[in-house]
Design a protein around this ligand. Structure first.
Ligand code: TYD
Ligand code: ZN
Length: 404
């Protein structure tokens, strides 16, 4: 029985996915030896944190060949420009505010502040994306954030007005040490915000592909409120985001600085409606996930039997979970189209589907596209109107398998 990383209580099992490769571990050579681990999710009945029961060492994921660059979609660039504007607006009354971002990736958010001469620091352990951030004019340190790093930053730069992170808090296994670091580095009146895929969206849509090695935690207002309280912090606001298939932005302050906004109680009530606070909610989730996998595979087998060409769209990290758990390989999906230079010419983790450069969908005679980058559905559908106009179909699968 594994233990909760936050409070040490025994975890209750949610789903065991079996052997899984590293989600972003695209292979140059499909015959190369691959690293596998057992991927399973557990629910803590005490502090309500949902988490992986086993997480591969961070060095396995966030290293010099980390294939994830944030700036791959226009909508994401827009989203992070918006985040930077919000930070500027909220700190406009502080003199010379200092902004710290954990996991600044290629600088998609901080470059907007750097361009305005705002004092900032990005913390990014993956050296290849950290380099990209520097090229974008961002001040970066290549470290993992924890209490010791927070002490060092405090000494060198002073306390932070804002500490933030997007799609990074849920990556860090020792989350108690991150929160200890926040409590060290934050100004008395400063605030923390972070956003990650939201458990409520995952349960509501059955979007289990958010579950993979990098995502150690699946946060909710309920679990974040408990976690913050352990470190003298308080969840004071929540704002739902469309990115990554439904994310939640959590705002924290030091305890007692600000009364929580009504959004906190409202979202927590919605979480309880979905039974995120009891194991029963997760039993329903598991059965829905298994139905989606069965239906999707049956559809692809049927299309293949009819001789139809099917390709994937977007070699996402999350598709590694879907493809491996449902058992969908190159015999069902010819290739996956992707615009990311570091993924093109490689093979998907585990299932070894070739990743190819983006080509116009219309001329090739492809009739069916499995929309693996479903979180960019709006942007992709708009770009691929001609494909649908000529009878092409997108296959989507959350909350149920459909062709549109
Ligand atoms: P991303 O949204 O980052 O998902 P994950 O966190 O699961 O990796 O990945 C989107 C992928 O889809 C990325 O590899 C780029 C690719 N993509 C395209 O190929 N074409 C597009 O039009 C868009 C929007 C994304
Ligand atoms: Zn716990």
């Amino acid at each position: 029985m594994s233990q909760c990383r936050v409070c040490s209580a025994a975890l209750e099992p949610v789903i065991d996915f079996g052997r899984m490769p590293i989600a972003n571990g695209f292979l140059k050579d499909p015959k190369a030896k691959e690293f596998f681990y057992n991927m399973a999710v557990g629910f803590c009945p005490s502090c309500l944190m949902v988490q992986l029961t086993e997480a591969p060492a961070p060095e396995m994921m966030f290293n010099d060949s980390y294939a994830f660059f944030s700036s791959t979609s226009r909508a994401m660039a827009e989203h992070f420009r918006g985040n930077a504007e919000e930070v500027l607006a909220r700190t406009s009354r502080s003199s010379a505010p200092f902004i710290v971002e954990l996991g600044c990736n290629d600088g998609i958010m901080l470059k907007n502040l750097a361009a305005k001469g705002v004092k900032h620091l990005g913390i990014e352990p993956s050296s290849n994306v950290a380099r990209a951030a520097r090229q974008n004019g961002v001040n970066v340190t290549e470290k993992f954030f924890n209490a010791a790093t927070a002490q060092a930053i405090l000494k060198e730069y002073g306390p932070a007005d804002v500490i933030c992170g997007s799609n990074v808090f849920c990556h860090i296994e020792d989350i108690n040490s991150v929160f200890a670091g926040l409590a060290i580095l934050l100004k008395p009146e400063g605030y923390v915000y972070f956003e990650d895929p939201y458990l409520w969206d995952i349960i509501q849509k059955s979007s289990f592909d958010q579950i993979y090695d990098e995502h150690v935690y699946y946060f909710s207002g309920l679990s974040v409120r408990n976690l913050a309280a352990r470190h003298g912090l308080e969840l004071v606001d929540m704002a739902h985001q469309e990115v990554h298939g439904g994310s939640m932005r959590y705002y924290l302050k030091r305890k007692g600085v600000q009364a929580p906004a009504s959004a906190v109680a409202e979202w927590i009530a919605k979480e309880k409606e979905l039974k995120i606070d009891v194991i029963d909610g997760y039993r329903v989730f598991k059965s829905k996930v298994d139905v989606i996998c069965r239906d999707l595979k049956a559809l692809l087998v049927d299309l293949k039997a009819k001789g139809a060409r099917v390709v994937g769209y977007g070699a996402t990290s999350k598709s590694t979970t879907l493809l491996n758990y449902a058992g969908i390989g190159p015999e069902l999906i010819e290739h996956i189209s992707d615009t990311t230079p570091t993924k093109i010419g490689r093979f998907t983790p585990g299932m070894h589907i070739p990743v190819k450069a983006y080509e116009d969908l219309v001329p090739g005679g492809v009739r069916y596209v499995l929309l693996l980058a479903w979180n960019h559905k709006k942007e992709i559908m708009a770009k691929e109107r001609a494909f649908q106009a000529q009878g092409g179909k997108f296959i989507t699968y959350f909350p149920a398998v459909v062709m549109e």
